[in-house]
Design a protein around this ligand. Structure first.
Ligand code: DC
Length: 230
């Protein structure tokens, strides 16, 4: 299946911090597909806004954001060391910086701006033209690739998600509290599900993967078994 299978588009959407990128990355590796973390693109735009004071104290200056949109160049470049596509912002690798809690705390309102979404969705659709891609996000199965051959909607219990993200950030040396992370996850879900522009929702033809009690390996096997049905 992994070698000769016809190439498809795999869309993985779902709640914040439930391991979408982790499983998407592993599936892509196994199938020799390209993996694209669409959330990284929204994070890179948010980082640009924070650095350029388009966001201050959590408030977005919308006219300035729209004015600067054509100055924000976001792309992925393969990093041979990590064997992963890193996100670049205006010629700089920002793969690590976009994961900081400050970016997580400001990304949802940026991702709710229509002009930002139009820009990034067009780039994402271009990346999927040759298929053989696993993309994760919030609107991949509903908006970016409504005709994707396989759509998965991932979720997990918020406590499990907060614990995983807390472990990940503290391992990187970031000083964060579990409560702060849990609150951020719940708030982002609420924001993503209730925004007007492309809200997070399960596509009618998506299959649900609740990984609260699953290991990474079990998730990989589960997804590959869905691919095999195609
Ligand atoms: O997957 P993530 O947590 O890195 O995504 C960061 C934010 O970007 C998330 O809060 C919602 C938004 N996002 C989105 O609106 N649409 C996508 N396709 C991907 C992410």
């Amino acid at each position: 299946m992994t070698e000769n299978h016809h190439k498809i588009i795999i869309a993985i959407d779902g709640h914040s911090s439930c391991g979408k990128s982790t499983v998407a990355k592993e599936v892509a590796k196994k199938l020799n597909y390209i993996f694209i973390d669409s959330g990284a693109m929204y994070r890179a735009v948010t980082l640009y806004c924070l650095r350029n004071k388009i966001i201050e104290n959590g408030i977005i200056n919308f006219p300035r954001l729209e004015e600067d949109l054509d100055k924000i160049k976001v792309c992925f470049k393969f990093n041979p060391e990590s064997q992963h596509n890193d996100i670049w912002l205006n010629g700089e690798n920002v793969e690590n910086e976009i994961r900081l809690l400050e970016v997580s705390q400001n990304v949802s309102p940026v991702a709710a701006v229509g002009a930002v979404r139009h820009l990034l969705v067009a780039l994402q659709q271009e990346m999927g033209k040759s298929k053989g891609i696993v993309m994760d996000g919030r609107d991949i199965g509903t908006v970016v690739f409504p005709d994707a051959e396989l759509k998965i909607f991932m979720t997990a219990n918020p406590d499990v998600r907060a614990k995983r993200r807390f472990d990940e950030l503290t391992a990187k040396g970031e000083s964060v509290s579990y409560e702060e992370i849990r609150a951020n996850i719940i708030e982002r879900d609420r924001y993503d599900e209730t925004r007007e522009e492309s809200p997070l929702r399960k596509a009618d033809d998506a299959i649900v993967l609740d990984n609260s009690d699953m290991t990474r390996e079990e998730q990989l096997i589960w997804v590959l078994s869905q691919v095999a049905k195609n």
